[in-house]
Design a protein around this ligand. Sequence first.
Ligand code: LLP
Length: 420
Amino acid sequence: MDHFQLRDGVLHAEDVPLPRIADEVGTPVYVYSRATLTRHARVFRDALGELDNPHIAFAVKSNPNLAVLKVLANEGYGADVVSGGELTRALKAGMKPEDIVFSGVGKTHAELLQGLEAGIGQFNIESEEEGYELAAIAERHGKRAACALRVNPDVDARTHEKISTGKRENKFGVPLDRAAEIYARLAEEDGLDMRGVAVHIGSQLGDLEPLETAFGKLGALIAELRAQGCTVTHADLGGGLGVPYKAGETLPAPTEYGAMVARVTKDWDVRLMFEPGRVIAGNAGVLLTRVIRSKRSGNGPPFMVVDAAMNDLARPAMYGAWHDFAAVAPSGDRMTAHIVGPICETGDTFAMDRECDALVAGDLAVFRTAGAYGATMASSYNSRGFVAEVLVDGDKYAVVADRIAASAIMDAERVPEWLA
Ligand code: LLP
């Protein structure tokens, strides 16, 4: 459930009518609902209620806006970060260092050091090589890094290939069949406190079975590690739970996920850790846009050109993703249109042959379920600048990220004198 609902025929974010935001902030603009973020954070936590003190780290990559992170920090969430930049954000938003997990295959020397100096709770190491590098840095600085080893369980998550991470051929984690020996070797390092294992097989999962298979394999690994004398006190089960993008679509509920996790992990005797992103933020945001014009195209449906584009919301262009598209003030009439942005490539298409609310030039509309992997994947392609972000809370709202104009980006560019 989200807090973007029609009231008196006008779409509101909580108690704020979206036309007000469009008039005052301009379009395109991402609009987030604090009540929805909070609700999702609690639903996810409650779904894990059977577990003993689960650790929940919001996947910052899904929505790194400082205000969004602050909402989640207030809910007691930690952060799953994948870069020095995300780590800086999580700390700035008030997430406790000990509640921060650092994932990612390519942490640089500087990023490993940054994590150590910040005193983060756990590094999820993705290779033996990374483990030795971290151990050396930690020893040199008189520290000990708490670590989990991320394993690649070779499980097909049955999601889009670009967001599938747990197959043997993907770059993530160490192969399951080598994990026990690698863990044992890394556990010998003075600079490392090898305390657990981690797995994350992909995102937007519509089916719990691949997760259950992966967790089963992780459970067997924990038993194997203990049998060979290693200590395992933590298991990080990653993120991945999908959300409905289409009205009427059903996905596994957090409660079903929680029940499956409780069943599969009941004998593990570890602290379980989670890294949800999309399930918290996805339906807590919309991308508000205005129709520039409708353009006839032969005998086919018209091209409805909106002022948002693939640089603002990349998911349809990148993954062929579906985002529901709806009028802010629907008349009740319907139409079929190709919904496109202004960018000069055919990939800048949000939907072809979409049956949607009838709209004309100047009307406002939203792409729904844009709170995760939306603004954060924006670019300034076609010199369009970066889109603004707004957070609504009841009857008030704040601009939580300014629009960055193309001219401001240009200000960071130089033409060297020798070209003059
Ligand atoms: N943990 C790790 C190690 C991850 O790589 C990810 C997502 C998550 C947690 C959070 O997964 P979630 O709960 O959000 O599914 N840009 C793509 C999604 C990429 C996901 C990358 N990793 C999209 O727009 O669909």
